[in-house]
Design a protein around this ligand. Structure first.
Ligand code: MOS
Length: 728
């Protein structure tokens, strides 16, 4: 089914199940430990052996020799796979560096071997006996230095930025930096691989089933249909599990060698450098405005680094769309770095970009003597600023900011920094816009009506802790007119129709639209079987009602199960409408005037993202994102060893993320919207929107508390301690 805009009235609009606050239907399985994660498929492979992955001990160079002798004869060892044993491997579409290195090494902790043994302990002990002799070559590990020899940036321009900026009576020109960040998901990368002849099955933890399946087949040089990839439960991904990673490849290679199923989990200290991270950025922002606050020139130039053949962090995305202004320049510059692979982490692009842009907007408002909300409202735009013929499908940024200001008590904020105290605490409030694009991705589903009237949905969509199971069940229940508990949802299996997967906050809207499409087909089949006109049939209360008669839904499957399959596609919708999601983030912090320690006191997010499919799961997404934003603002940073080229703090002791005690009070408000230009669900993504802007709102609140502007994330106390107001 191809989506036709605008979406007309449809069964989803009844909102008897969709839009209601249902707890996760997979919740009981998870809270009782019965949801099987990748490493827990004991029943499927009771004879599984264990693989322990060895990571390269250098960042760049060559393996001169590997001595496997002692490891091979260690207790319990069944076999060892290195690049030599693996033979010629192909390359997947989504990996920058080979997942199995050797003899060439592309980055620190790139997998170079898997040792397979009867037990995990034996595999790990034997791995420690492998001796590797390296020939280390120099690499580039320092972003600022590597940028000096980087190619010219890729620019997008509109109007005459330089002239307009020079002529502007009010100007800002500032550099903001964000560090490398780690996804730090709870569940590590893990896979159980089993071969049956030439047929490979992997139980793994992956956000994008079809990408993972395709890339595993390509890497192993086998047909895609010989690979089945299963990932029903995922303990967090944040983009780290968008792509095939070494656990899956090494498990498959190990299992092929020892002719037994093999399990591989990457250890925490291994996975940070072995897998991907959010790359550090250096972002220069220039804004020129008239005295009344109208932006006449805006430039955002971002630089980042990645391995050869990698890509830039697209931190200027939002600056091309968020504020009006006739003269515009955005650019991305990419340096080659020999650090581990940089790639997508929750809201890639906007998350880092908003951390910079929304401090810049705060600084500019102060220069203009304007309230930071009024400054943003003044520069709101209802059309793509680079293409005025392309309107936003729906844009309520202003309402988010103004509603939020009222609810948060923004009027009580003192615009003069360092002027509010509460005992030893300097107290400040900060605001930032939230912005993240909404994408639509082709998404398929199969829906079954059983003879007893139960509905089963099958799609390779994943649930990475987001609530996919629940909103998909709600969609099918609404479409087929049955209660939620009459619907079973099966996800995360490559034997199901290919879905959008979980990424780029496109999962919720796209996957439910695919289920909608399949349900439309199933409704037609049901109506046909019951002799009803599908256009007139009303599905509700487990019945199907036509003009002349009404019948139980189950009656349509009397002669046997009914099955319907379809996918939702969007054509060139993106060219007609700019689809984005919006919000306002409000933060109050206290800064200890003696120690400089920063504590978040209150947070509020007001979000506008079309119809909210389930206020409980959507709120959880935003709460989690706000929490992650506090981490990005105040704590998270991978420390680079610039001599040896790796991330030093590669575990959860050294890589700090917020805990409950760091987050005292969070509130989330959703504007009551339905965006009929985006899909029949009229819903947009929320999971990444909640992160975009939080960091800047925190940083702006810290500035309002202290009067010390920190432009280098994370905002830690050492960066403002020596400049805090004198204690009288
Ligand atoms: Mo998201 S970084 O596309 O999982």
């Amino acid at each position: 089914m191809k989506f036709d805009t605008p979406a007309g009235d449809n069964p989803i609009d009844r909102m008897t199940v969709v839009g209601r606050p249902h707890s996760r239907i997979d919740g009981p399985l998870k809270t009782t430990g019965r949801a099987t994660y990748a490493y827990e498929h004991h029943r499927e492979a009771p004879t599984a052996a264990y693989g322990h992955v060895i990571g390269a001990g250098i960042a760049k160079g060559r393996i001169r020799s590997m001595d496997l002798g002692a490891a091979r004869s260690a207790p319990g060892v069944l076999g060892i796979v290195t690049a030599r044993e693996a033979g010629k491997l192909g390359k997947g579409d989504y990996n920058t560096a080979p997942l199995l290195g050797g003899p060439e090494i592309d980055h620190y902790h790139q997998a170079i071997a898997v040792v397979v043994a009867e037990t995990f302990e034996q595999a790990r002990a034997a791995a420690a006996l492998v001796k590797v002799d390296y020939n280390r070559t120099p690499g580039d590990f320092d972003l600022a230095a590597a940028l000096d020899k980087a190619p010219a940036p890729d620019e997008d321009r509109l109007g005459q930025f330089e002239q307009a900026f020079d002529a502007a009576p009010f100007k800002l020109d500032a550099l903001y930096t964000t560090p490398d960040q780690s996804h730090a998901m709870m569940e590590p990368f893990a896979t159980l691989a089993a071969w049956d002849g030439d047929q490979l099955t992997v139980w793994t933890s992956n956000q994008m089933i079809d990408w993972g399946r395709g890339d595993l087949a390509k890497t192993l040089n086998i047909p895609k249909d010989k690979v089945r990839l299963i990932s029903p439960y995922i303990g967090g991904g944040f983009g780290g599990k968008l792509f095939l990673r070494a656990d899956a490849l090494m498990a498959a290679l190990g299992a092929r060698l020892v002719q037994r199923p093999v399990k591989v989990a990457l250890t925490r200290p291994m996975l940070v450098n072995n897998s991907t991270h959010r790359p550090a950025t250096r972002q220069r922002i220039r804004i020129g405005a008239k005295p009344d606050g109208e932006i006449i020139a805006i430039a955002h130039e971002s630089s980042s680094g990645d391995l050869p053949d990698g890509g830039p962090e697209t931190a200027v995305n939002q600056t091309r769309l968020l504020y009006a202004g006739a003269n515009r320049l955005t650019s991305l510059r990419l340096a080659v770095l020999n650090l581990p692979e940089g790639n997508a982490m929750r809201a890639p692009g906007e998350a880092s970009g908003m951390m910079a842009l929304e401090i810049a907007m705060d600084e500019m408002a102060e220069k203009l003597g304007m309230d930071p909300i009024a400054f943003r409202v003044q520069n709101d735009t209802q059309v793509d600023p680079e293409n005025p013929d392309r309107p936003f499908s729906q844009r309520n940024l202003v309402r988010c900011l103004e509603d939020g200001a009222r609810r948060f008590g923004w009027a009580r904020r003192n615009a003069r920094p360092a002027s509010v105290t509460d005992g030893r605490w300097l107290v400040g409030m900060g605001v930032a816009a939230a912005f993240r694009n909404n994408l639509n991705v082709t998404s398929g589903a199969r829906v079954r009506l059983a003879t007893d009237g139960r509905i089963t949905v099958e799609t390779d969509m994943t649930d990475i802790g987001t609530g996919s199971y629940t909103i998909i069940a709600q969609t099918a229940a609404e479409m087929m007119g049955v209660p939620l508990d009459r619907v079973t949802v099966k996800l995360g299996d490559s034997s199901f129709p290919v879905s959008a997967g979980s990424g780029g906050q496109f999962g919720a809207g796209s996957s439910t639209s695919g289920v909608y499409a399949a349900c439309v087909k199933l409704r037609e089949a049901v109506a046909g079987n019951l002799g009803l006109d599908p256009a007139e049939a009303v599905f509700e209360g487990g019945k199907v009602k036509g003009a002349r008669r009404s019948a139980p839904l189950a009656e349509a499957a009397k002669a046997g199960e009914l099955v319907a399959e379809d996918a939702m596609t969007w054509g060139d919708l993106d060219e007609t409408y700019q689809q984005s999601t919006f919000g306002g983030h409000f933060v109050e912090v206290g800064v200890d005037r003696y120690t400089g320690a920063i504590r978040v006191r209150r947070m509020l997010a007001v979000c506008a993202a079309g119809r909210i499919l389930n206020p409980v799961t959507a709120r959880s997404q935003v709460i989690g994102a706000m929490t992650m934003g506090v981490g990005g603002a105040l704590m998270e940073k991978l420390e680079v060893d610039k001599r040896l080229g790796y991330f030093v703090n590669h575990d959860l002791a050294g890589y700090e993320v917020p805990v409950h005690a760091d987050i005292p009070h969070q509130e989330v408000i959703f504007l009551d919207e339905a965006d009929d230009k985006v899909s029949p669900m009229k819903a947009k993504g929320i999971g990444e929107l909640g992160l975009c802007g939080v960091g800047a709102a925190v940083a702006n609140a810290v500035y309002n508390a202290t009067g010390v502007r920190v432009r280098d994330y994370p905002v830690t106390l050492d960066k403002h301690l020596d400049r805090l107001p004198a204690v009288s």
